[in-house]
Design a protein around this ligand. Sequence first.
Ligand SMILES: CC(C)(COP(=O)(O)OP(=O)(O)OC[C@H]1O[C@@H](n2cnc3c(N)ncnc32)[C@H](O)[C@@H]1OP(=O)(O)O)[C@@H](O)C(=O)NCCC(=O)NCCS
Length: 149
Amino acid sequence: MTVSVCVPEDVPELVKSAGGLFSEDAGRHDPRMDLGWPDREGAAYYAELVDDPDCLCLLSGGGHLIGRMRPLSDLRPGAVTAVLESMRVGPAHRRSGVGAELVAAFFDWAREKGANEITVTAYAANEGALAFYRAQGFRPFEVRLAREA
Ligand SMILES: CC(C)(COP(=O)(O)OP(=O)(O)OC[C@H]1O[C@@H](n2cnc3c(N)ncnc32)[C@H](O)[C@@H]1OP(=O)(O)O)[C@@H](O)C(=O)NCCC(=O)NCCS
């Protein structure tokens, strides 16, 4: 499956895939998430990312990956961090290595940008994503806990 870097014409496809991710992931795991956000704000948000040299927008297999370099922080002077902001592979293409290809392309980009760490967050209940990220070498680093107020 070909992994391609998004150009401005790809923004509608990016919005579609991000919408699919919102409904499949946040829709199941976060009752407070605004699921209408991709349709309402996605086009402007992703158009800006596609043009930003510190962001990477990839498409492949009816899916996408968004990565970005985090601004340097005085609090962690040793860290140059690339963040995997979101990713999704179309259901028909899962478990055939597409996700791993997307992540490998992101890792290459992040290293070229000088990153020395790569982070991602996932819902604790999204066991498939956690297993996938573990298979890509990610390990728990900090854990966000939540409860009803
Ligand atoms: C998570 C996701 C991106 C993985 O993409 P994928 O193309 O299916 O992943 P790959 O085929 O490259 O999988 C590589 C390895 O990761 C692990 N893995 C992937 N999906 C898994 C799952 N659902 N359960 C357990 N292990 C999994 C396996 O070790 C797999 O290797 P194998 O198939 O040889 O056993 C895809 O399932 C997806 O889009 N899920 C819905 C959206 C989502 O949850 N995104 C992440 C939000 S944080």
